[in-house]
Design a protein around this ligand. Structure first.
Ligand code: ADE
Length: 259
């Protein structure tokens, strides 16, 4: 996967790319990240990348010419998908991560100030993405979130191939709770099931605890999960079936907060 990032603050990306899995993915050639300074494509002698909004109002707007010039220089024979990071975009989630991981090349545009001149967005941007309903000082951290989350899904990036498969959200449930040594800590023992060495028992325990956690913290996620018959039986044994059924019924009747 190749990422091209258009930003006025390329230095912001240095340290996240120098550590851990991203550093290894770069070194192994699983990803390439090319940073492009929009300011290098400014068209006036002061190298301005922003200007006051027509119609008045607060803040500054990113000028279209430096953005268009930078993008034209970056897109070559095999142009990438152009993604603008902006709070007005579609909300990012794990499904979106998987979808974007399917592109060979992404061009991430980091907006700043009050926004980007609408003409640039209309003509050159393929899609707009927001990483959540809050306002950042710019798109750089959001772009970093995309690079990080997409990279860990690419083949051969995570050490254990299972890790991404069992992620929270990948089956629509939160991930089960995890324990490591010591066996007892703060007066709390590791659950017997996890010490049993019995893989089926461990899988059953983890499934039930995933559902329990999801019911507690993100019940709305459960509405979209389909369970197999044997999973429904496990839910019944664990006394969770009624709560799950209530939630699913809530979906049909559009009732909130059924859990
Ligand atoms: N730029 C500012 N806020 C943002 C957000 N929430 N997501 C993506 N880009 C942004």
């Amino acid at each position: 996967m190749r990422f091209d990032v258009l930003t006025i603050f390329p230095e912001l990306f240095a340290s996240p790319l120098q550590e851990g899995i991203l550093r290894r993915a770069l070194a192994a050639g699983k990803i390439a990240v090319d940073l492009h300074n929009i300011r290098d494509y400014a068209v006036d002698k002061h190298r301005m990348t922003d200007d006051r909004p027509f119609g008045g109002g607060e803040g500054m707007v990113m000028k279209p010419e430096p953005l268009a010039g930078c993008l034209a220089a970056v897109q070559g024979d095999e142009p990438g998908r152009v993604v603008l990071l902006t709070p007005r975009g579609r909300t990012y989630n794990q499904q979106e991560v998987a979808r974007l991981a399917g592109y060979p090349r992404l061009v991430l545009i980091c907006g700043r100030y009050e926004g980007v001149d609408e003409r640039f967005t209309r003509v050159w941007v393929d899609e707009q993405i927001s990483i959540g309903d809050y306002i950042l000082t710019g798109g750089e951290l959001a772009a970093m979130v995309l690079i990080d989350s997409i990279t860990r899904l690419l083949p051969g990036v995570l050490g254990c191939s299972q890790s991404a498969e069992n992620d929270t959200f990948s089956h629509g449930l939160l991930k089960h709770p995890q324990y490591t040594r010591p066996r007892e800590f703060a007066g709390i023992a590791v659950p017997d099931e996890l010490l049993s060495g019995n893989h089926e028992e461990i899988a059953r325990y983890r499934f039930i605890e995933s559902v329990r956690l999801t019911l507690k913290h993100r019940p709305e996620l459960l509405r979209r999960v389909s369970f197999a018959v044997d999973e429904y039986m496990l839910l019944e044994q664990a006394g969770l079936l009624e709560a799950v059924k209530r939630l699913k019924k809530g979906k049909e009747n559009n009732v909130q907060g059924a859990a």
